[in-house]
Write a protein that binds this ligand. Sequence first.
Ligand code: ITT
Length: 197
Amino acid sequence: KTLVLATGNQGKVNELAQMLSPLEINVVPQNDYNVPEVAETGTTFVENAIIKARHAAKITGLPAIADDSGLEVDGLNGAPGVYSARFAGEHASDQDNIDKLLSELADNPNRSARFWCVLVLMRHADDPTPLICSASWEGQITLAQNGQGGFGYDPVFYVSELNCTSAQLTKQQKNAVSHRGQALQQLLSELKLKGGL
Ligand code: ITT
């Protein structure tokens, strides 16, 4: 059985592939099938994840999992949200997005935030009952960057229970508690209940 990871984000591929590696599934990133990027025209994580999973399943003819995720910051009224990847512009780097986040928050004391992850599994492009799971992960936006691991906003996402940023966790530690890790555990148990791929 082959499953396509419907993402062009290497950070997501690393985390998802690691968590799926114990399963007897051949997990392949969409780049291996030259799946082009699709426009994320939704206004919700759920809509965007469905768009990406359907697109990859259509082009590859294989089941696909998409991940739409982002950071909700209370002091910015929920921004950047679904625009997290494009916060500082269409092809912004992770560093550009972090710089914009820190400058918009400035010395705002309301720094509570959470990552959201929605995972969608479509068994084929016309799957009328995709599996949809979501989870969040609570943290605080730091005043300065810390840590080299992870991707995206991890260097400024402080997790009080672990007393460090998510960029200071190993991949295993992050997967054990993150929004993505929790959403994937849910997806895998639903998949099991439904008899697998
Ligand atoms: P794909 O659409 O190809 O999957 P993308 O990077 O465009 O890749 P999204 O639209 O879902 O994906 O954007 C999610 C952004 O939210 C991502 O680029 C990061 O900036 C941020 N993000 C999501 N999960 C994160 C995590 O675990 N750690 C840090 N930042 C994260």
